[in-house]
Design a binder for this molecule. Structure first.
Ligand SMILES: *Cc1c(COP(=O)(O)O)cnc(C)c1O
Length: 350
C-alpha cells in the first residue's frame, strides 16, 4: 500500500525486524542475547528513589551523573561521552549526523542488520563488505570510496562472536577516509576492547550498551565515546531528553557496581565454554565466541527445521540465513540449566 507524502526512501525500505519478544514465562529465551541473571540490586534501589522523588521534572539532557561515573570507571573524559536511549539510539544519532542523502555507509557482512536500516532511513547507499571465511576483514573494508561517510564495525561481531584485534582496528581507521564506529555492545564479554583507541585516532568512535553485560535491556541505555569536538556535534542531533530519569539513575548505579559485572561476566564465560563443547559434540561447527552468544552452523543439515523444532518445544534461539553465506543458529548464553535444556533438545533433533 502506498501512502502519499511519505519520503520515497522510507516507502521503499523494509524496516528493521527485532528478535521475537514473546510474553514472559512461556519460552526459554536464547534469541536476543539478554543477560539471564537479574541486574545489580543497586539498580532497583536507585530507580525506586527517583520514582519517588524526581518524576515531575525533566531529566538532565546530558546525563551528567552517568558521564562522570563512566569517565572514572572507563578512564575517559566525561566530555567524550554521549548517552542514548540504548546504543541503537546512539547508532541512529551518529548516522543522522554523518550520513546524508546520497552518501555511502559501509558495513561488514554478515553483521548487525540495523546498520543497513539506518542508511536506508537517510536515503543513503550502503555497501556490505563480506568478512573472509575466518571472520577477518578483507582489504576492501578499508578502501576509500566516493561519498563514503561512515563505517560500522560490530566488535565482537554478531552473529559470529568474533573480534578484530585493536591494532587492526586502529590500522583500519587510519586508512579510512571517514569515521569508524566500533560497536562494542558485547565488549564486556571479550578479551580486548577498543576504548583506548579513541585517544589515538580522532576518526574512531566506540559505542557501548548496558543491555547485555549489565542485564538492562529493558531500561534502554547506551553511550558513545569519541573526541569531545565530535560529541559536541552529535549533541545537536539527539532528542533533548533522550534518556529518561529512571534510565540515568539505573545506568549510573549499574556502572557503579563493577563487582556485580565482573562476577556476572565470569558466570557467562564459564557457561559459554561448556556450551561450545556440548554443541561441538553434537556435530555442529561452533565459532569460538568472545560474546554472550555462540554461532553454530552445520556441515550438511539445513538449520531452519531445527530452529522450528526447538521453538515447538519452547526454546527460542535466533535463526539466521545469510544469502551467499549460509544459515546458522545464534544461541544466547543463558543459565547453565537453560543451556542444558537447549542442548538436550538439540541432541534429540540432530
Ligand atoms: C544488542 C546490540 C545493540 C543494541 O543494544 P541496545 O543498547 O539494546 O540498543 C547494538 N549493537 C549490536 C551489535 C547489538 O547486538
Amino acid at each position: 500500500m502506498t501512502v502519499p507524502c511519505v519520503r520515497p526512501a522510507i516507502a521503499a525500505m523494509q524496516g528493521y525486524v527485532p528478535g521475537e519478544q514473546p510474553p514472559p514465562g512461556k519460552y526459554i529465551k536464547l534469541n536476543t542475547n539478554e543477560n539471564p541473571y537479574p541486574p545489580s540490586p543497586a539498580v532497583r534501589r536507585s530507580i525506586a528513589e527517583v520514582a519517588e522523588h524526581a518524576l515531575t521534572r525533566y531529566p538532565d539532557p546530558l546525563a551528567t551523573a552517568f558521564r562522570l561515573r563512566a569517565g572514572e570507571v572507563l578512564g575517559v573524559e566525561p566530555d567524550a561521552i554521549l548517552c542514548g536511549n540504548g546504543s541503537d539510539d546512539i547508532l541512529t544519532i551518529v548516522t543522522r549526523a554523518l550520513v546524508g542523502e546520497g552518501d555511502l555507509l559501509r558495513l561488514p557482512y554478515p553483521s548487525y542488520v540495523l546498520y543497513r536500516t539506518l542508511a536506508e532511513i537517510q536515503g543513503a547507499a550502503f555497501e556490505e563488505v563480506a568478512f573472509a571465511s575466518d571472520w577477518s576483514l578483507t582489504a576492501a573494508f578499508a578502501c576509500a570510496a566516493p561519498r563514503l561517510r561512515l563505517v560500522f564495525l560490530a566488535n565482537p561481531n554478531s552473529p559470529s562472536g568474533t573480534v578484530i584485534p585493536p591494532d587492526q582496528v586502529l590500522e583500519l581507521a587510519e586508512r579510512l577516509p571517514c569515521p569508524l564506529l566500533v560497536d562494542e555492545a558485547y565488549a564486556d564479554f571479550a578479551d580486548t576492547h577498543c576504548l583506548d583507541l579513541v585517544h589515538q585516532c580522532r576518526k574512531i568512535l566506540v559505542s557501548r550498551s548496558l543491555s547485555k553485560s549489565y542485564a538492562l535491556a529493558g531500561l534502554r541505555f547506551g553511550f558513545v565515546v569519541a573526541h569531545p569536538d565530535l560529541i559536541t556535534q552529535l549533541r545537536k542531533v539527539k532528542d533533548s531528553y533522550n534518556c529518561d530519569a529512571l534510565a540515568i539513575a539505573g545506568a549510573t548505579a549499574a556502572l557503579d557496581d563493577q563487582a556485580w559485572r565482573q562476577e556476572n561476566r565470569a558466570r557467562i564465560l564459564a557457561t559459554r565454554q561448556r556450551m561450545e563443547t556440548q554443541l561441538r559434540a553434537l556435530g555442529l561447527d561452533v565459532v569460538p565466541s568472545q560474546a554472550n552468544f555462540v554461532w553454530c552452523t552445520h556441515p550438511v543439515q539445513p538449520l531452519r527445521p531445527v530452529y522450528e523444532q526447538l521453538k515447538a518445544s519452547y526454546v527460542l534461539v535466533r535463526y539466521m540465513n545469510y544469502p551467499g553465506w549460509g544459515d546458522g543458529l545464534r544461541i544466547s548464553v543463558g543459565t547453565d540449566a537453560q543451556v542444558d535444556a537447549c542442548v538436550t533438545l538439540l541432541k534429540a533433533i540432530l
